[in-house]
Each structure stands twice: as C-alpha cells, then as structure tokens.
Design a protein around this ligand. Structure first.
Ligand SMILES: [Zn+2]
Length: 89
C-alpha cells in the first residue's frame, strides 16, 4: 500500500499531461522520498508518469524509458493506488 504523505519538497513543476502543480514527492513503502535525476514521478491528479531531471523539474520519458517503467510492478502498484477511488470525469 502506498503511503500518501509528503516526504520531500521539490521545485514546483507542472504535470506535463494535466498541468497540475506538483511540489512534493511521497515515497514508496519503506522508502524515504528523496528524488534525484531519473527518479520516477507519478502525477497524483492524473497518473501521468514522468522522470525528475537533474534540477528536480519533470520531463516526459523516452519510449525506451516508458517501457522499462511500465514493466516495474512498483509503478503499477503506485498507479493503481493513485487512480483507485478517483472520481470519474
Ligand atoms: Zn497530471
């Protein structure tokens, strides 16, 4: 189960899909969220998967990175937790 709490403040960055303002990261269970370059970020508003750049702003993944991330069951678990119970639009 994903902990929904703010572990770490990040520079404010807009979600590249929905434009939501993102300025904090929450970690996976048992991990402290301290994103570095290449850490995966999932928008809590729309579930869009992005990566942190060196300046901790967000960028989209390359097709190769996207395939790698979607093969990671932790990402699937996080996406399920984020989208579960979300009101339909
Ligand atoms: Zn979003």
């Amino acid at each position: 189960m994903i902990r929904i709490l703010i572990d770490h403040r990040t520079p404010e960055s807009a979600c590249l899909a929905c434009g939501a303002s993102l300025s904090a990261a929450a970690g996976m269970p048992g991990e402290i969220a301290k994103p570095t370059e290449g850490s995966v970020s999932i928008c809590v508003t729309c579930g869009h998967v992005m990566l942190f750049r060196a300046d901790l702003k967000l960028r989209d993944l390359t097709p190769e990175e996207l395939a790698e991330v979607h093969a990671d069951e932790r990402v699937a678990e996080a996406l399920a937790a984020i989208t579960k119970g979300r009101p339909r639009q």
